[in-house]
Every structure is written in C-alpha cells, then in structure tokens.
Design a protein around this ligand. Structure first.
Ligand code: ATP
Ligand code: GLN
Length: 145
C-alpha cells in the first residue's frame, strides 16, 4: 500500500527538518509495529531492549508475568525512527494503531528534533542521508510517475 506525503498541520517546537520518533512499547507488539512501518516504506529503525517504570509499574500486569522483571521495572522495547518532518504524523499514527491495546502499559511516544543526519558510508548529510533507498520517499515518487 502506498502512502501519500502528508503536510503536517502541527507546528513542532523547536522546528527541525528531521525528528526522532522514540516509542517505548510492549515487546510483544514490536514485530507488528515494525512490519507496518516497513509496509509504509519506513526502513530505518533502531530497537533496544529497555526496562522502565510508568503508571504500569505499580499496577497489576494484565498480560502475564513476562513483562515484569525481578526489580519491578517492566521490560519494554524502545524504537527509534528518524524521519523527515512530513512523515512524523504518519509514523505516530501507525505506531498507535499497531501498538495500542487500551490497557495500562501500552507505552509512550516522544518526539525529538534532530539537527542532522550523516551516512557514514558516503558522508552524505541531511535529506540525502535520511532518505532510504526503497523507502517512503521513493514509494511516493513512484506514485507520482
Ligand atoms: P548504507 O546505505 O550505507 O547501508 P543506511 O542508511 O542504509 O546506509 P545503515 O548503515 O544500514 O544505514 O544503518 C545502520 C543502522 O542505523 C541501522 O541498523 C539502524 O539501526 C540505524 N538507522 C538507520 N537509519 C535510521 C533511521 N532513519 N532511524 C533510526 N535508525 C536508523
Ligand atoms: N524518510 C525516509 C524515506 O522516505 C525514510 C526514513 C526511515 O526509514 N526512517 O526514504
């Protein structure tokens, strides 16, 4: 499925060309989220196993004991996705669609302005470095052709 470029109605502060969408999610939803992102052409994603404490930390875990570690911090996965500004709302909506259960502990999303992107292999910076071959920008370009 091809996704059209979307002009975000949101004025983020501080303003930047790129943003990092940082999502702390339930580990067992991460595969579903990353598959959906890949389907919309988002190919650059970093994930880390993390442990955290939020509202869920003090409440009963509803999805079995596996999310609880011994010290009461809850096992989560942090997904970090750097995208151009006009992709931010798409990525956020997609993460919510795929990660939400409606129960306490679904996670949180942070939006962080990114000053620049540098591709180590080529030294490219900015949009050239952020753009992924076969990524969403390419899919959109194909749609317009
Ligand atoms: P190259 O064409 O040289 O391979 P690339 O842009 O495809 O460059 P990689 O070198 O494959 O980048 O990326 C290395 C790692 O950087 C990835 O495994 C991923 O963890 C992370 N990464 C790359 N792009 C992004 C992005 N846009 N957002 C978050 N993480 C990213
Ligand atoms: N903005 C890039 C593109 O459309 C994708 C960025 C990413 O995959 N995180 O090609």
């Amino acid at each position: 499925p091809l996704i059209r470029a979307q002009n975000s109605p949101v004025d983020y502060t501080p303003d930047a060309e790129f943003y990092k969408v940082e999502a702390i999610l339930r580990p067992w939803r991460v595969q579903q989220v990353s598959s959906a992102l890949l389907q919309m052409g988002i190919r650059g994603v970093t994930v880390s196993d993390v442990r955290g404490f939020g509202a869920q930390g003090g409440s009963t875990e509803r999805h079995g004991g596996s999310e609880f570690s011994e010290d009461k911090f809850v096992a989560k996965v942090k997904m970090e996705i750097v995208v151009s500004k006009d992709q931010v709302e798409f990525v956020i909506d997609k993460i919510i669609d795929e990660a939400r259960t409606g129960e306490i502990g679904d996670g949180k999303i942070f939006l962080i302005p990114v000053a620049d992107v540098i591709r180590v292999r080529t030294g490219e910076r900015g949009e050239k470095a952020e753009r992924m071959t076969g990524g969403r920008a390419d899919m959109s370009a194909t749609t317009l052709t």
